[in-house]
Design a protein around this ligand. Sequence first.
Ligand code: GLU
Length: 260
Amino acid sequence: MFSRIVVKVGTSTLTHPSGSLHLERLDKLARTLSDLRNGDRDVLFVTSGAIGAGSSALNFPAKPETVSGKQAAAAVGQCRLMHVYDKLFSEYGNHVAQILVTRGDLTEPRRAASLLRTLEELFRWGVIPVINENDALSQEEILSEQNIFGDNDTLSALVASLVHADLLVLLTDRDGFYDADPGTNPDAKKLDRVSEITAAMRSGAGGAGSARGTGGAITKLAAADIALEKGFPMVIAGGHDPAVLYGILRGENVGTVFSL
Ligand code: GLU
C-alpha cells in the first residue's frame, strides 16, 4: 500500500530560526525519503524554505519586506536548497530533479498534462522530483501571507491530485492539526482523524503560521479540502524527526489524518 506519496515540508522544519538550513534534519529527511524510494515507492518532495535560505545566505537579518526582495531571495535560496538536496540524496544513492511551478501549471489542463508527463518519466526513472513554487516569477506564492492562496500546502495537494498520489503528508512544526491555535490557546486539542471540515475548525484555524513559514492552519485546511474532495488521505505531522514517515506508512496513529 502507498505506492506513490507526496511529502511537503515547511520552512520552519527545513531551517533554523535564523533561516539557515537545518542540516541534521535535511540529512534525516533525505535518508528517509531515499529509503521510501528504495522500497519501490514513487516519492515526490515539495519543499519550502527558498526565501528563508536565500535571506540567510545573504546574511539578511530577516526575510525582505518587498515582494521583489522575497522573489530575489527565493532565487538565491532555491539554489542553496537544491545544492544540499542533490548532495544528500546522492549520498543515499538517489537522484533528485528540480521542478519549479506556478499555479497555472497545475490548473491549466494542457500545462498540467505536460507537467504530469515529465513527472511520470521521472518516476519511471526512479528519480525523486523536488517541487517548489517558482517564487521568482510567481507573485501569488509570496503574497499568500495576505491572500491565502498560492502557498505550498495547497500546491502540494494540487500536485498530489495531479499525480494520483495515494498519500499526501505535510510535515510541519506542529505535531498535527489542532481545534484551536495551540500557540495561544492552552485548551487546544490535537485532532486524530478528520473526515469532514467543520465551520468550527475553519474559524479556529486563525491566520498564517510562524514568522519563518508562510502557511498556517488555513492553508492546511485548503489542502485538506482538496484531499477530501479528490479522495486521497492527507496526514499532518511534526517534521522535527522525518522518520515519523515510517509510522505514517505503517498506519500508526501519528499526527492528524484527513480521510473520508
Ligand atoms: N515557496 C516558499 C519558499 O520556498 C514557501 C511557501 C510556503 O511555505 O508555503 O520559501
